[in-house]
Design a protein around this ligand. Structure first.
Ligand code: BES
Ligand code: MN
Ligand code: MN
Length: 465
């Protein structure tokens, strides 16, 4: 048996134990956005650092201004000639599990569910991103167990604030630049093309968030005594929100499309050739009509077009029964997905100017003190690392990896390039129907198992050069 086959056999034989270890991680409710779970984020970081130490990594929890990171070093010394030095990144934080009543079992009580399509691991974080980050850790564990060493130098960086804005990254990178810089970053936080076809993500949308608070009367009013005379902030907010898109789905904020270019013909042809089933994609979530700019394919809308979304509206009386009130204030949370060269700072400025221009002189609007975000990102297609990963994925899945875009965002990837000068390979095993950020999140057992095997092969191919 070759060394590689021996490691793969070890992965297969150890799958039940790998799953147990993933379950232990899934039981920790490491919700990053809610301060009530801060201790759980620390516990999760400690758990991962201890696990990495048990494999043979030099690993530690690293405290930050927010939730801790975990940094680990393993394998041959960088520069010793054994392959490129890779930095593997994943995030251990998860989205809040609410609405709790929509879960068929506890979000932090992982279980295996048998379905006609195979076994599924169900829990918050199973797919995003604990199941995915464990594919790499389990691959490293099997490699170390069989060969006593990894085939190439590996640094692991696990973040605890990806789902809540990644505020610690900038200071953490500045303080640890040399330690974190490798030849290439590997990120396991994206999806496959379908359940049998691997994918490498070559473009990520950026994301900008903001919140607007509209105040009209100085206090809540009787809607009979003042109705008709006093402006209602919900009415004003609703008008502004409704005006964000025109009838063709285009965003109406002046300057919004600066830096957005049309798809080049080659990429468009490639995407059209992917045979993406638009009605299945929308049908799966109970819809049938694309909501974005008319005349563009769904893949183009999610991979290559920007958006303006309202993520939440707050205002007025929402209790049982009716209350005749004109509230003093109403607010909305908004996000924009960015593509191409759209500038996050300009998007925020243009949005705020657009809102202010619609305010009557006697009403006022304020914005969140931390509005902002990150730009979109495109990966170089001609790198030797990408070629090595494609070979490895084809060996494992017996199908060529598809080069895909992603509608989602992973803020740190831009910083890898901008702050550490590293390119990133985005390889993940999630599926569109994993329900990430939603109740009953799942990760297919096949994604987990073959994901581990894929990383074994990718490390091996990268080391061969
Ligand atoms: N893993 C996702 C991003 C993702 C989603 C990649 C779908 C590929 C396909 C990531 O954890 C995420 O949810 N990112 C947030 C970032 C935001 C909170 C700054 C996002 O995209 O909304
Ligand atoms: Mn994620
Ligand atoms: Mn996420």
């Amino acid at each position: 048996m070759s060394d590689l086959d021996a490691v793969l056999a070890r992965v297969d034989a150890d799958l039940d134990a790998s799953l147990e270890r993933l379950f232990a991680l899934l039981r920790i409710p490491s919700v990053s956005t809610d301060p009530a779970f801060a201790d759980q984020c620390v516990a999760c970081a400690d758990h991962l650092a201890a696990d990495l130490k048990s494999i043979g990594f030099d690993a530690a929890r690293r405290d930050t201004i927010g939730h801790p990171m975990v940094v680990a070093h393993g394998g041959p010394k960088p520069g010793s000639g054994a392959g490129p030095h890779v930095l593997f990144y994943g995030h251990y934080d998860v989205q809040p599990p609410d609405p709790l009543e929509k879960w068929e079992s506890g979000p932090f009580e992982p279980r295996i569910v048998e379905t006609p399509a195979g076994k599924r691991i169900v829990a918050r974080g199973s797919s995003d991103d604990k199941g995915q980050l464990m594919t790499f850790i389990e691959a490293a564990r099997a490699y170390m167990a069989v060969n006593g060493e990894l085939p190439l130098p590996v640094t692991i960086l696990l973040e605890g604030e990806e789902e809540s804005g990644s505020k610690s990254i900038a200071p953490f990178f500045a303080a640890n630049q040399a330690e974190l810089t490798a030849d290439v970053a590997l990120v396991c936080d994206t999806g496959m093309w379908d359940a049998d076809t691997p994918a490498i993500t070559t473009r990520l949308r950026g994301v900008v968030h903001d919140e607007m608070f509209v105040t009209c009367p100085s206090r809540d009013l009787h809607s009979g005594m003042y109705g008709g005379a006093a402006m209602n902030p919900i009415r004003l907010l609703a008008r502004i929100i409704a005006s964000l898109h025109d009838d063709t789905g285009r965003v109406r904020i002046p300057g919004f499309y600066d830096g957005v270019s049309d798809l080049d013909a080659e990429i468009k042809a490639q995407w059209d050739g992917l045979d993406f089933d638009e009605s299945e994609f929308l049908g799966d979530v109970g819809l049938s009509i694309p909501a974005g700019e008319k005349g563009r394919s769904v893949l183009e809308l999610i991979w290559a077009r920007p958006t303006a979304e309202i993520n939440g509206i707050i205002g007025g009386y929402t209790g049982v029964g009716s209350k005749t009130v004109i509230p003093s204030m109403a607010s909305a949370k908004v996000t924009f997905r960015l593509v191409g060269d759209q500038d996050p700072a300009k998007i925020v400025d243009n949005f705020r100017a657009y809102v202010r221009a619609q305010m009557p002189a006697d009403c006022k609007v304020e914005f969140s003190p931390d509005g902002g975000g990150n730009a979109a990102l495109q990966v170089a297609l001609d790198s030797p690392h990408l070629a090595a990963a494609r070979r490895a994925l084809a060996d494992e899945w017996k199908r060529e990896a598809v080069l895909i875009g992603s509608g989602g965002s992973i803020p740190i990837v831009g910083d890898f390039k901008a702050k550490l000068g590293m390119d990133t390979l985005l390889i993940g095993f999630a599926l569109d129907d994993d329900r990430i950020h939603s109740p009953n999140e799942k990760y297919n057992l096949k994604s987990f198992h073959r994901g581990i095997r894929s990383w074994v092969r990718i490390m091996d191919e990268l080391a061969k050069g």
